[in-house]
Design a binder for this molecule. Structure first.
Ligand SMILES: Cc1ncc(COP(=O)(O)O)c(C=O)c1O
Length: 359
């Protein structure tokens, strides 16, 4: 029998989003994850959890305070979330109403628009030029009274480009009626932050993830930092147990164990070295790419983008075809992992090239 129940009209309009997560046993250069492992100290903390620990509902408060002091903030200024994805979701829920607008430089991370589309607000996209530099002037002129949320991934995905501190300040000052979310998911590979402006710019909120440099994508762990005057509303729509006990134990070790800190530092410097070498290799191979401050690079493959991704997969390496992103036809994003991993990637690209498909 046909079901008579229909979802909200807005929900019917949300495009289906299925990230290609199947069969990922190969070298994963497709989701910008850590390609190796989390710190052994973090793994040990997870392994030391008892069955009794798992019987309790998770208490995020103490670890939230720890994360806040790690960032030089007060506990009211931090919310731990089930990944940055949940952080984006609760900001959309809390701040986007009917008639409001999410303002988005594109191309950018997909989930901003997806979560906004589940609200009664609309999204206004500002297209970056072919150099993918941050479209500051166009974004500033798109700010309107109905702009209630502006999302800036910094560094941006899939481009790897950045928005400078001065530009972020200019945007926040030009849109005092809007929450300005600076998503620093790839902060560690860039090194610049606006975290110190929390509380100074009243509409600034910063997001961080533990999915990338920390190597904890499966635990779903992120955070929002911002003034209490804004975060108190985000807390109203936050699911109270969305950060689980395993993730909390991992985070405690990640932030307090000196070995975990040195492992993180090592991984980040390894990726930076690897990135420099990989870009040189791309030059030698003759593939154009965009400057990147993140642990990935957007490469111009051209009309053969699909075949390229398939050929890489055949050689055991996953890359992400971003051709469907606005302004990204023919472009493929490749995550930068360790030098060992990127040597494998270079060999696979060279093999593809020598097969003559790129010529
Ligand atoms: C810019 C950006 N923000 C957030 C995320 C997701 O972070 P999390 O795994 O914490 O939900 C990603 C993941 O690819 C990303 O590229």
């Amino acid at each position: 029998m046909k079901n008579q129940i229909q979802p909200r009209a807005r929900v019917q309009q949300i495009p289906e989003y299925h990230p290609p997560l199947g069969n990922r046993d190969s070298l994963r250069l497709d989701f910008n994850e850590n390609t190796l492992a989390c710190s052994p100290a973090v793994l040990a903390a997870i392994q030391s959890l008892s069955a009794a620990d798992l019987t309790r509902y998770p208490e995020r408060g103490p670890i939230e305070s720890l994360a806040a002091s790690h960032l030089g903030l007060s506990p009211e200024q931090v919310i731990l979330t089930n990944g940055v994805d949940e952080a984006i979701h609760i900001l959309c829920q809390a701040f986007l109403d009917r008639g409001d607008e999410l303002l988005l430089p594109v191309p950018t991370y997909t989930m901003y628009e997806i979560y906004a589309s589940a609200t009664d607000a609309t999204t206004r996209r500002v297209q970056a030029g072919t150099d993918f530099r941050f479209p500051l002037e166009a974004l500033l002129s798109a700010i309107a009274t109905k702009t209630k949320l502006i999302a800036i991934a910094n560094p941006n995905s899939p481009t790897g480009s950045v928005c400078t501190r001065e530009h972020i300040i200019a945007i926040a000052e030009a849109a005092p009626q809007a929450v300005v979310l600076v998503d620093e998911a790839y902060f560690h590979f860039y090194g610049h932050t606006v975290m110190d402006l929390i509380g100074k710019l009243p509409n600034l909120i910063v997001a961080r993830t533990f999915s990338k440099a920390y190597g904890l994508a499966s635990l779903r762990l992120g955070l929002l930092a911002g003034p209490d005057s804004l975060l108190q509303w985000a807390r109203r729509v936050l699911s109270p147990y969305s950060v689980n006990t395993v993730a909390l134990a991992a985070l405690k070790a990640a932030l307090t164990d000196p070995d975990a800190q040195s492992y993180l530092d090592w991984y980040v410097s390894e990726v930076k070295r690897s990135r420099a070498q990989f870009l040189v290799a791309l030059n030698k191979i003759g593939l154009a790419y965009w400057p990147t401050e993140a642990n990935f690079v957007l490469v111009n493959i051209g009309p053969a983008h699909k075949e390229f991704a398939a050929a890489m997969r055949e050689q055991g390496i996953l890359v992400r075809d971003r051709s469907a992103d606005p302004g990204c036809d023919g472009l493929v994003r490749i995550t930068i992992g360790t030098r060992k991993h990127m040597h494998l990637a270079v060999a696979a690209i060279q093999k593809w090239k020598s097969a003559g498909v790129l010529a």
